[in-house]
Design a protein around this ligand. Structure first.
Ligand SMILES: Cc1ncc(COP(=O)(O)O)c(C=O)c1O
Length: 397
């Protein structure tokens, strides 16, 4: 490997929520154990060096006044989308978003009113739940269902029925899906888009995880599946998951349909808050390069190794935990129902036992499924091994 995905970072006390807070407020870590961060969706690898170089060289220019997004910002997005996802985009289709969730909020504020229903799949990324709740929208869940091989599938009939029953106008589609790690194939996306089209819904397609797809799978941009999808879908992307830049802030939308785009830009202009930051702009410019692509390819191999190690370990040592193999993201979503029933303990007790020995895993219930735990595997391999060894020795027996 050309890049370093093995060194352990010294993040604690250096602006890292994943280590400076605990996933359960009143839990505690036994001081004999180091903390292994496996909750917040960020990574524990050194960033791609091209990012620091681009930010550093901008820092060397001693002026930080008002600015317009440079051409390089648009050029890099256009090239990245073409090279990585075969998506052809022009400058006018791209717009800065102050976070993907900021984009979600702007879209729902533009096209719905308070109490209006919005369709999301469940399990549901917590950020969607909080954004919709904070905006007083009514959340309607359509459950993903695991097939006979444990693969999460959409229930198109249920989506259609709920859209009709509640008169839903805006739906959120998460691709790849957090927390299940599903990478939807083209047929699946087409079928979902058929449901949205039949019901004339506007679709927010959150593709923040689109670059983190495991070897053997391929991300299909929702807008690429049909002419109708191109016009109906507001896609949200960011370099933040791909390159671990969440602390920099800086996402973007791709909207082909000029009417949708103008309406959203109007909403965003009202708050005056949707302005880019000069350093995050250069972080994107440094990231979205050919060499950045090589770094991401290596990262996906590292994640694949970690995920397969974890799945094998669980299979051999924790047969009562159920987990579906993720195809993208770096998350495992564990169903602990059988284990909890057998051992007659609660999920809270299990979570606390893990945290006590430094395994900072995350309660999966806020993602709308009971008895679940979400685990982040974007860690140097040694730490993944250490976490599972601790679980085996001290927690899951
Ligand atoms: C599906 C999904 N969307 C959005 C976000 C957050 O994006 P942002 O920080 O750009 O608002 C996350 C973070 O984990 C996510 O998993």
């Amino acid at each position: 490997m050309k890049y370093d995905f093995y060194s352990k970072l010294d993040r604690e006390g250096h602006d890292a929520l994943a280590l400076d807070s605990l996933p359960i407020k009143d839990a505690c870590v036994d001081p004999n154990f180091s903390k292994i961060p496996m909750w917040v969706a960020d990574m524990n690898f050194k960033v791609f060096p091209g990012i620091q170089e681009a930010v550093r060289s901008r820092l060397d220019q001693p002026h930080f006044g008002y600015f317009s997004l440079p051409e390089a910002y648009y050029d890099r997005i256009i090239q990245w989308q073409k090279d990585r996802h075969d998506l052809i985009v022009r400058k006018e289709h791209i717009g800065y978003e102050n976070g993907v969730l900021g984009g979600v909020a702007s879209v729902i504020q533009t096209f719905t009113k308070e109490n209006d229903p919005i369709l999301v799949h469940s399990p549901t990324y917590i950020g969607f739940t909080s954004t919709l709740k904070n905006n007083h929208r009514t959340i309607i869940h359509s459950s993903l269902i695991q097939d006979e091989n444990g693969i999460w599938r959409m229930d198109y009939e249920d989506m259609d029925q709920k859209i009709k029953q509640y008169g839903i106008k805006v739906c959120i589609f998460c691709s790849p899906h957090n927390p299940t790690g599903r990478v939807w194939d083209k047929e699946e996306i087409k079928k979902a888009m058929d449901v949205y089209r039949t019901n004339q819904c506007i679709v927010i397609s959150d593709e923040i995880w689109s670059d983190l797809v495991l070897p053997g799978y391929r991300h299909i941009p929702t807008q690429s599946v049909s002419r109708d999808a191109k016009n109906r879908v507001i896609s949200l992307y960011a370099p933040s998951k791909t390159f671990n830049l969440a602390g920099m802030v800086g996402s973007y939308h791709i909207i082909y349909n000029p009417e949708l785009r103008e309406a959203i830009l109007k909403t965003e202009a009202r708050s005056h808050y949707n302005s880019p930051n000069i350093l995050s702009t250069y972080a994107l410019i440094g990231a979205y390069t050919k060499e950045g692509g090589i770094w991401v390819d290596e990262l996906c191999q590292v994640l694949d190794k970690n995920i397969h190690y974890a799945l094998d370990f669980i299979h051999h040592n924790f047969p009562d935990l159920k987990v579906s193999a993720p195809q993208g993201t770096y998350m495992l979503y564990l169903d602990c129902t059988e284990y909890l029933e057998k051992k007659e303990i609660s999920l809270d007790e299990l979570l606390r036992k893990g945290i006590k020995v430094g395994v900072l895993w995350q309660d999966g219930r806020p993602f709308q499924k009971k008895n679940t735990i979400r685990m982040n595997l974007a860690l140097p391999f040694e730490l993944v091994q250490e976490a599972f060894d601790r679980l085996k020795t001290y927690v899951i027996r």
